[in-house]
Design a binder for this molecule. Structure first.
Ligand SMILES: Nc1ncnc2c1ncn2[C@@H]1O[C@H](COP(=O)(O)OP(=O)(O)OP(=O)(O)O)[C@@H](O)[C@H]1O
Ligand SMILES: [Mg+2]
Length: 472
């Protein structure tokens, strides 16, 4: 579908896509109309709708390109934005249409699930992970499928992961780092008692919410990647999407099928090291050198790199990173005994400057949904979400000609089209938001580089021809 340039086209697509609740949209548009006519240019109208909190930048960006399908998945999840991406696919911020609350949706790369056995294994793992219920583990709500695409639906946590926290703000205060690690250990203890090994504990898989509660992400997902036949060096080198080997235990690097909770304790030790020093324990050389180093060397003790770290805490990290499994803590609980003093401290909310601005309440949120509570092993903390809507738009003049109310029939047909209940219509990929692909801006950036290169090449050939004609 071609790009949308006029506001009529944009309004039509918004309705067709279900990107905004139809009743709310009509009501809010009427309010805008009363303030003055709306601009005829689609981009200008989109800017107003974004400022009014009716559309997100993500939705507007796709709609303006004529992409409207998949903005609501299975009639249940309304896509609001991209949170981030890693080796296991992209994570999107969504609104649960019926519950009217935000959730995070992780779309899994289809190539990982091509084999029926991997799909089977993934579903088994995801179902089991969904049964875990602990304040320090991200809650899984659902596993769903749309076409070829599988996705996990989880609790959405507004906050920052520990990788980004250190990258943006530098190494953490000693007490704060120890407190975060203790919380992660509480989550791991719960998982351990249920028979779980996470296999991919690392700073980017630990999320801290605005109040300072740590949540473990991606429980059970690492197993999807584990294939005893291939070796780690090859996988991590050849396929950068897989992330990092920096936090992998020595035994996981040699035999990933024979690991237990002590491997998570090692990875948590590496994460602790990173929080206090800004770098993982073995940070030099190639992937192979990093993997070898942990088999033969001890990391430099943290108190030598950060003198304010007490030696007994530095010894705790050494014990978490012990090469010999029997010298390591044998369970997260055992580690928690040594972190007892830090566990008693109050929560450490992240520095607000490192966090994105709080999200406003959803435009569809019921009025009672203004306060959320978060609990941890520490006393419960009440967190007030940001109140008030986004700043009101400098709404343009009123124009009834572009405000075509949706008839109930239209609304139903759009809804049933989204849910796939209408007679099947050939899918036009240009109308579809591809959740596995890169962002449209990134793609168009790439395309512009390609065009620049082609232009430069043509110019060069032109010069060469002119030279040949003139001088030879
Ligand atoms: N439930 C969630 N709520 C809020 N943010 C989330 C949630 N799940 C993931 N994120 C964020 O999404 C981003 C991408 O996560 P993702 O797990 O895809 O990447 P990763 O951890 O870097 O890599 P990997 O795939 O190896 O785990 C991270 O910044 C993470 O903080
Ligand atoms: Mg992750």
């Amino acid at each position: 579908m071609p790009a949308i340039t006029d506001s009529n086209g944009l309004l039509e697509l918004i309705r067709k896509s279900g990107a905004v609740d139809a009743a709310i949209f009509n009501k809010e548009l009427q309010r805008l109309q009363q303030a003055g006519p709306l601009p005829a240019d689609a981009r200008k109208l989109a800017a107003i709708l974004i400022r009014e909190g009716l559309l997100t930048e993500f939705q507007a960006g796709h709609l303006l390109q004529g992409k409207w399908k998949n903005l609501v998945l299975n009639n249940k999840y309304r896509l609001l934005g991209l949170i981030g991406s890693g080796g296991m696919g992209k994570v999107y911020l969504c609104e649960h249409v019926m519950l009217r609350r935000r959730v995070a949706l992780k779309v899994l790369p289809t190539q990982l699930l091509e084999e029926p056995s991997s799909l089977e294994r993934f579903l088994r793992e995801a179902r089991a992970a969904a049964s875990l219920d602990h304040p320090n583990i991200i809650r899984a709500h659902d596993i769903d499928q749309s076409g070829q695409m599988y996705f996990l639906v989880m609790e959405f946590v507004e906050g920052i992961n520990l990788q980004d926290m250190v990258r943006r703000g530098g190494p953490l205060e000693v007490n704060q780092a120890a407190h975060y690690i203790a919380q992660a250990a509480c989550g791991l203890q719960h998982a351990y008692l249920a028979g779980w090994v996470h296999r991919d504990i690392k700073p980017s898989n630990l999320l801290v919410d605005r109040t300072g509660v740590v949540k473990i992400l991606d429980m059970g997902l690492a197993k999807l990647h584990s294939d005893e036949k291939d070796d780690l060096t090859k996988r991590f080198d050849a396929n950068k999407v897989l992330g990092t080997v920096d936090y992998i235990s020595p035994e996981q690097a040699t035999n990933s099928s024979q690991i237990d909770v002590r491997t998570d304790i090692y990875s948590l030790g590496g994460t602790f090291y990173f929080l206090l020093t800004g770098a993982p324990p073995f940070n030099e050389g190639s992937t192979a050198q990093k993997l070898l180093a942990r088999q033969v060397k001890k990391p430099r003790p943290v108190h030598q790199l950060r003198p304010e770290v007490p030696e007994h805490l530095s010894a705790v990290i050494d014990k978490m990173l012990a090469r010999d499994l029997n010298e390591r803590y044998q369970s997260p609980d055992e580690l928690l005994i040594d972190l007892h003093d830090w566990m008693q401290l109050p929560l450490f909310p992240p520095n607000p400057e490192l966090l994105p601005p709080p999200l406003p309440p959803l435009i569809s949120a019921p009025p009672t949904n203004k306060v959320a509570t978060t609990s941890t092993m520490m006393p419960a903390v009440t967190l007030s979400t940001a109140s008030g809507r986004l700043p009101a738009a400098a709404a343009g003049p009123l124009s009834s000609r572009i405000l075509k109310p949706v008839s109930p029939n239209e609304a139903t047909s759009a809804a049933s089209e989204r849910s796939g209940k209408t007679k099947s219509v050939a899918v036009d990929p240009s109308e579809e938001v591809d959740l596995l692909e890169d962002e449209p801006e990134k793609k168009s950036n790439l395309m512009s580089y390609v065009w620049i290169a082609v232009g430069a090449l043509i110019l060069l050939i032109g010069f060469a021809l002119a030279y040949i004609i003139v001088f030879l």
